[in-house]
Design a protein around this ligand. Structure first.
Ligand SMILES: [Zn+2]
Length: 345
């Protein structure tokens, strides 16, 4: 049998563990999805991960495996793959994720921050590909606000893997306390968690009758319900999404002024509320970033067409994390697997 090249990607989430085999140009060849057994401890989770990886390797012809990419919530110290204070994986602080996987598998793996991997996939297979941009900055609006920066097709990891933490940029200096130890981070105003918190605060404040009814009916809020309430015209729900937009615009203005990249992508579940927050986001971005204003793609007073900064919703959706993990061994020089390692007894 021939040994067509393929990679394996792992998406380690707080709820689900996904492991996939991938080849170009086919895409995902086979995928295993398991619940992340956090209650059984981190060794049990890594054992599940390694068994799924081994199963995918057994299902393919020997010799074709290019490498294994593992995405984990950050912050992670790279290239060591050591985890730091993960709000969604309690008890994993200081865990040597890469070393533990490599010991169990007896193979090298590459570990990367999951928000960076979503950005990599969006660049190579999503919006970056559609617009012909090989550099981008992505914000992922989920439980928190993830951030990844891709420069010339590759992840910008920074000195030790901690670049791309714009979710913790200060937006409102005296704002809500954040798990990172600061106050008023972007994550506290533009994540799904933040939207639900702001709704609860509005109800407690006693001036949000529509939201109070919604809470009584459903027990607790979801960002999707709040988006529906805003679309139906509830003024307090609309106000929350206005604040999401303003906060994102301020965060993006800092990024555009600093990075001057061609493309900024907004993904994650809350990005589905684009229709509700984008007008305020663009207004704030225009107001606060002259780099953005100077790069509108229009012809200027001297007759020159300027370069254009695109700010766009993501294209790939929930698949971006696992796709980025699968792409990682193709784009990174770390952790290339030799044929010898794959054919161990
Ligand atoms: Zn923070």
């Amino acid at each position: 049998m021939s040994s067509a090249p393929y990679t394996i990607g792992v998406d380690l989430g707080g709820t689900n563990l996904r492991v996939a085999a991938y080849s170009q140009p086919t895409g995902i060849l086979e995928q295993i999805q398991l619940p992340t057994r956090l209650r059984d401890g981190r060794d049990a989770v890594v054992r599940d991960m390694c068994m799924a990886i081994e199963q995918l390797i057994r299902n393919r012809p020997q010799g074709g495996l290019v490498g294994i990419g593992v995405g984990s919530p950050g912050p992670i110290e790279l290239p060591e793959g050591r985890l730091h204070h993960l709000p969604n994986l309690p008890g994993w602080d200081g865990f040597e994720l890469r070393a533990t996987i490599e010991r169990m598998l007896e193979m090298s793996v590459i570990v990367e921050n999951d928000a960076n991997l979503a950005a990599l996939a969006e660049c190579r297979l999503g919006k970056g590909k559609s617009l012909g941009a090989d550099s981008l900055c992505m914000l992922t609006l989920g439980t928190g606000v993830g951030n990844g920066i891709i420069l010339n097709g590759n992840i910008w990891d920074g000195m030790n893997g901690m670049a791309g933490e714009a979710g913790h940029a200060t937006i409102w200096p005296d704002g809500h306390v954040c798990g990172c130890g600061s106050h008023g981070c972007l994550e506290q105003y533009a994540s799904a968690t933040a939207v639900c918190r702001m709704a609860r605060e509005a109800v407690v404040g006693g001036n949000a009758p529509g939201l109070a009814v919604l809470e009584r009916q459903n027990g607790e809020f979801t960002s999707r319900q709040l988006a529906e309430a805003a679309r139906a015209g509830d003024p307090d729900a609309r106000e929350i999404f206005d604040l999401v937009g303003r906060s994102l615009g301020i965060g993006l203005a800092g990024l555009v002024n600093t990075l001057n990249l061609p493309l900024y992508v907004v993904g994650g579940g809350l990005a589905q509320a684009w229709d509700l927050f984008s007008a305020k986001m663009f207004a704030e971005l225009k107001h606060r970033s002259y780099v953005y204003r100077f790069t509108d793609g229009e012809i200027d007073a001297f007759g020159h067409r300027s370069a254009k900064t695109y700010v766009e919703p993501a294209e790939l959706g929930a698949e971006s994390g696992i796709l980025g993990a699968c792409l990682l061994p193709i784009t990174s020089e770390r952790g290339v697997i030799t044929e010898q390692a794959q054919t161990k007894p």
